[in-house]
Design a protein around this ligand. Sequence first.
Ligand code: BMA
Length: 942
Amino acid sequence: MDGIYVTAGSAEDIKNKIEAVWNYVSTMNLKQLVLTAGLVIGPVQGAVNVLDVGKSADWQVSNSNGSITTKGSFPSQVHLDLMENGLIEDPYYGDNVYNYRWICYDDWKYSGRFREPIDKDKNVKSHLMFKGLDTFANITLCGRHVGNTENMFRQYIFDVSDIVKSCNEDEPSLEIEFAAAPVVANEIANRPETQHWPEDTNVNMEMENVFYIRKEQNDFGWDWGGAFAPSGPWKPGYLVQTKDHELYETNALVDVYRKGQLSNLRPDQGQPWVVNVSIEFLGDLPKDAELHVGIDNLFDPVKLEGVQVEDQIITGALVLNCEPELWWPNQLGEQKLYNLTASIKHDGDTLLDVHRQTGFRTIYLNMEEVTKEEQESQGTIPGTHWHFEINGHPFFAKGSNMIPFDSFWPRVTRERVEYLFESARVGNQVMLRVWSSGTYLPDFVYEIADQKGLLLWSEFQLSDGMYPTTDELLDNLSEEAHYNVRRVNHHPSLALWSGGNELESLSLRHAMETVPKNASLYQAQFEKVQLETLLPIVWKNTRSISFTPASTTNGYLSINHKSSPHWVERYDNATEGEMYGNTELYNYDSTQSFNYSIYPLGRFNNEFGYHSMPSIHTWRQVLNESSLEFNSSMVHAHNRHYPPRQPERNYTLGLKGMGEMTMAVGNWLPTPDKDDQIENFAAWCYATQVFQASFYRSQISVYRRSSGMPERTLGSLYWQLEDIWQGPTWAGIEYDGRWKVLHYGAKDIYEPVIVAPYVNVSESKDIDLYVTSDLWDEAKGNATYVWLDWSGKEISSSTVEFQVGAVNSTKIAHIPEKDIPKDKKNSVLTMEIEVTGTRPNIKEKQTFRHTNYYHPVSLRDAKLKDPKIEIKYDSHSKEFVVSSQAVAPWTWLDLPDGVHGHFSDNGFLLLPGVDKRLSFSHNIGGWSSNVTVMSIYDLSTK
Ligand code: BMA
């Protein structure tokens, strides 16, 4: 072969394609590789003339009174441009969240001039296509009004043919004026006709009324991030010019499903696959145009029959007569992806090629009734299920909830998301919930999830509130839903469409309970949005993805695809003795954190958590040394739990949240008391993280064990995977990717087969040991559990053999309280299992190991010994080696400032006499000698 020719569209697209070519080329045994690049700006689809408005003009940003004018970028947001040009510091630094609040209360104008003339030929049709404008934009081209936008989640397309043809400017001007979103939201809220709900139905964070507008809700503040309410062209924009039969793709749906499949109904795995393709386009489609579809390595392009054309959408489907390799999520098999090309053809000419990478899988949210057979064979409590099934297999969904990666989306890079998702993947996570509100994720994020096997439970961007049911808002919402449902449907990682966050379990319930006489009105409003607006859009556009009206629900009473009502929601319509739906837990009374009776038992736990501090290294990114104190006002300024609910400066708002962390440490761990302020601060950060990790591990152990209990729990998604900024939050991964103790702790307790201790303190002090397995076949193993004193001396030891069923748990030992060593303060129970089993979709047997431990009194009260931990770096094996002289709980290797990567393990129990060897995920630099190590013993000097 002497050449590879690649055509690409956006910069992102070009980058992806270059990566793909590079991957391909690197598989070839080449002696020499000559790269030549011809960059063609303009015609990227057929001969269509496409100008990327960001790159074709020099942009300026100015505020409403013209006192600020600076260079702009596109895509971008005002804060980023001001920062780039040195007019402001990083908005995350110190208390800039308050200092820069003026930015979001001003109106901003982005103006640019196309450097080259645009085609004014009378036969040319011109459209401005904006992939995302945040949020209230007034667009002017060549001095003439183009249109307005009011939804950051939608793509807007404007026909500007007439404006372009009559434009007399040599360098045509494009101006986009963004109105201050918080001002607009308040103005809408104050209109006489605006709907309102009982107080506290809608969660107002720092700024109010965000639920009246279609903008990312956490832009107005949330309990883990500041309110910046940015504005600007946050996604690219294009000027698209077509003539004759030239076509340009504006969106495309690819739906892969089993023949006969419908959303929310169990797919029949015996049916052949169907591929449905539906392309939205600009341009005039010739009457007898054809739609062809091919999939690389599966079948050559074939012409589809029965193709339909409606408005600017062409749709056709194909039943496959071959069995492709399936796509499986992380831990459950391989992530096989296929490249699909759909072409619109006419007279033998290709008018448009559409490329999508997709995969073959069914993902089904099972909310069906628990059958008699399931009740009898598994002892499952009657009622309804609430779990996912992949390619016909129920599985335990291990994972977490995701929040936006940054308050400023344009600075989110592919590398950052790749690192984050790789952390989730190696953290043994299978599913991430794309929490609303947030935004709909960009395609590249789904792409990374496809590759890493992370299922993305996705949501419509509605959160913690009731929403207006005016035609205006519902139309706007419908457009947004239609666009996004179709845009991301081809990704095999897409797992669900949920109507939004806590809408039913919190907001609707609150409204109905607060003003009972309006209960049926509120219920009707909820159903208008969820069941009459969003559900039909999902069901009409995709057969492969299930819908649920809210993140936490009791499921449906009935569903019906053929006639209305399509969905009858169960709400609280319960039969005694039955169990339904999914659950959440937030309890900040840390005295109760390890009392299982507060843990909700249900079919799936989709949110639970407690906040902790980020590390001192992360704090250093935004605070000066004098503010590195647990209760400094600057630390408080970054603590949004609980949010101020007013936009003014508030340096004491963190008090309650800080107090909760202080009490949690005080209840369970030695209180840090170092003389040195910085050391003490670092110790506090670590201590809050240890409490957080131990609370989550306790809950995850219980929820996972419940896969083998009558509740048959099949999911645990903790709150939250990652941070949006540097602050005390529920995250397991800090803003720059640094793993907290939680992420290591979750990785361990999300291993496929685990052993864990269970003490139901509300009942007795007896200890039960259980093994829980996610494997899809029965596995066999043996366990050793040993009582030690804290110096590491053995008190007693036992072994046991066991079998554990598929996606199930089994009790392997019961230790009555009388068998716990007398000196409870000086004893720790360690347990270790070795299990032989097979991973799903892998035939070879494998050995799974897991260790865990239990101490009968808290670490605060335990008689810990000085472990005198030592750390060495072995440059031959590229491993860190730690050893101790006593049992060291939560041994923590601390990476210096700025180092990117993670250890193979961390936050573990270190036993004396053992050289624990740890590898590192990335290259190890000169910093290896700056890694420090500590454990709980080191918290207190007394
Ligand atoms: C739940 C979530 C989020 C919130 C988190 C922590 O309510 O859905 O809205 O950030 O708890 O409070």
